[in-house]
Design a protein around this ligand. Structure first.
Ligand code: CIR
Length: 254
């Protein structure tokens, strides 16, 4: 069960967020705010108390709060983002997280890690090695988790920006999986819901208590999740997709 979520409002500078899909155009920042409102409503509907942080225009990608901390049952680890324009975002979350956690840990240089590369399955954390998360950062997190009776393992990855662009653990041993992760041996033990190639973006769903939040516009994935027995809530993230963001990136949930 998640009791809390932290989100940060998108700023006007979201239009300058890092993107690998410039062909999708710049986000419409007013629509992004409306979509953010709906996202917060959906989290609240799932029974989560939502802390809403003010936009931070200095950091175009700072609404993607998931990347700056890894929140577990026992500790939160403040990350060291791998993207240079995102370095410093993590400092802005520390005081907020301190309200919820007595135990804070830190990923330190030369380690880099972004929360989008970390997938929690109960007390185990899968950590993707991406352009943002390096082996040293992953090792630091695994060591930290070990100190508190949790575990972590490394997932090699080649294509996706973040691990959770292609994976979402929905609970009850069900894993939503796309692209390069479909045949990975480390995910063999899960009951997999395969995301069709033309709906890859929708692999970034989030299970929040009794519901799975699904991005708007991906009917096949939505149907597969419902057929597997989950209730869904559709949230439009079109403006965040333009800067490689999605449902998981927009909140910290714990
Ligand atoms: C970035 O490239 O860092 C942002 N434009 C998108 C971050 C998405 N975060 C995530 O998948 N966890």
């Amino acid at each position: 069960m998640f009791k809390n979520a932290i989100v940060r409002r998108p700023g006007h500078s979201l239009v300058n967020g890092i993107t690998s899909s410039p062909e999708l155009g710049k986000p419409d920042d007013r629509l992004a705010i409306k979509q953010h409102d709906a996202y917060i409503r959906a989290l609240k509907f799932c029974g989560v108390e939502v802390t809403v942080l003010q936009a931070d225009e200095r950091f175009p990608d700072s609404c993607f709060v998931e990347d700056v901390a890894v929140c577990t049952k026992k500790i939160a680890a403040i990350t060291n983002p791998g993207a240079s324009s995102r370095k410093g975002e993590e400092k802005e979350i520390i005081e907020v997280i301190k309200k919820y956690y007595n135990n804070l840990e830190y990923i330190k240089k030369p380690g880099t890690l972004e929360g989008g590369d970390v997938m929690m399955v109960k007390d185990h954390f899968y950590i993707g090695l991406s352009k943002r998360t390096n082996r040293e950062g992953a090792k630091q997190l695994i060591k930290t988790l070990g100190k508190y009776g949790m575990s972590g393992s490394i997932v090699e990855m080649l294509k996706m920006l973040h691990l959770k662009n292609g994976l979402a653990y929905l609970g009850d041993n069900v894993l939503l999986v796309a692209g390069e992760f479909i045949n990975k041996v480390e995910f063999k033990k899960f009951n997999k819901i395969l995301v069709d190639e033309d709906e890859t973006y929708s692999a970034n769903c989030i299970r929040v208590n009794d519901y799975v939040l699904v991005p708007a516009g991906y009917p096949k994935t939505k149907e597969k999740i419902e057929k597997a027995g989950f209730k869904t809530i559709v949230v439009d993230t079109s403006e965040y997709r333009k800067v490689n963001g999605g449902l998981s990136c927009l909140s910290l949930r714990f």
